[in-house]
Ligand binder design. Sequence first.
Ligand code: BG6
Ligand code: MG
Length: 214
Amino acid sequence: MGKYTGIIFDLDGVICFTDKYHYAAWKTVADKLGVEFNETINNRLRGVSRMDSLEIILERYDGSLSAEEKEALATEKNELYKKLLGNMTPADLSPEVKATMDALRAAGMKLAIGSSSRNTKAILERLGLAGYFDAISDGTNITRSKPDPQVFLMAADFLHMAPESCLVVEDAEAGIAAACAGGFDSAGLGEAAQCGRATYAMKTFADLKAICGV
Ligand code: BG6
Ligand code: MG
């Protein structure tokens, strides 16, 4: 085994691809408010909590909303999103992702989730990954979302490991910033590979095997 004994995976955009569902649900809410919402704005929501995502969408809202009204909009978005998650099945788990994680685990590494999503456990269940990870740190146990490192620091803590022994795998720039702030090395996919701050820029998920010396 190489430098890392633990790997902390972001969920949305790394293990699964829920982006289109988040987009569709937020779009319905934005349309109702008469607020512009497009793919570029949606990209800013990656890794960001539900309420912080709503605040980004409301940057274009001409008016003011009470805390209760914001809460109701976030709930409405989540109900739509949960309905769409009902379309997910274990067939949505990429064979490359599963085979790579199996290989890392077989080499003795501990695997954890570090996600801002409060729907993490429901998504893992839909993918057939309930009980697969050694630890789960998600939107239900944090008070600050990425780029704050709290979600990853708690994941490392759940694994009983120090940040320097763990590698964070991310697709969002906010996630790479969170890893850096927490003292973790990081491996970036997509936008996170391009941002120039990831320790490793990956082309594909299976690159993790070479990074971890497996
Ligand atoms: C992150 C997504 O994983 O979870 C964000 O990248 C999302 O787009 C955040 O806003 C919170 O998700 P949820 O499921 O708690 O609304
Ligand atoms: Mg992500």
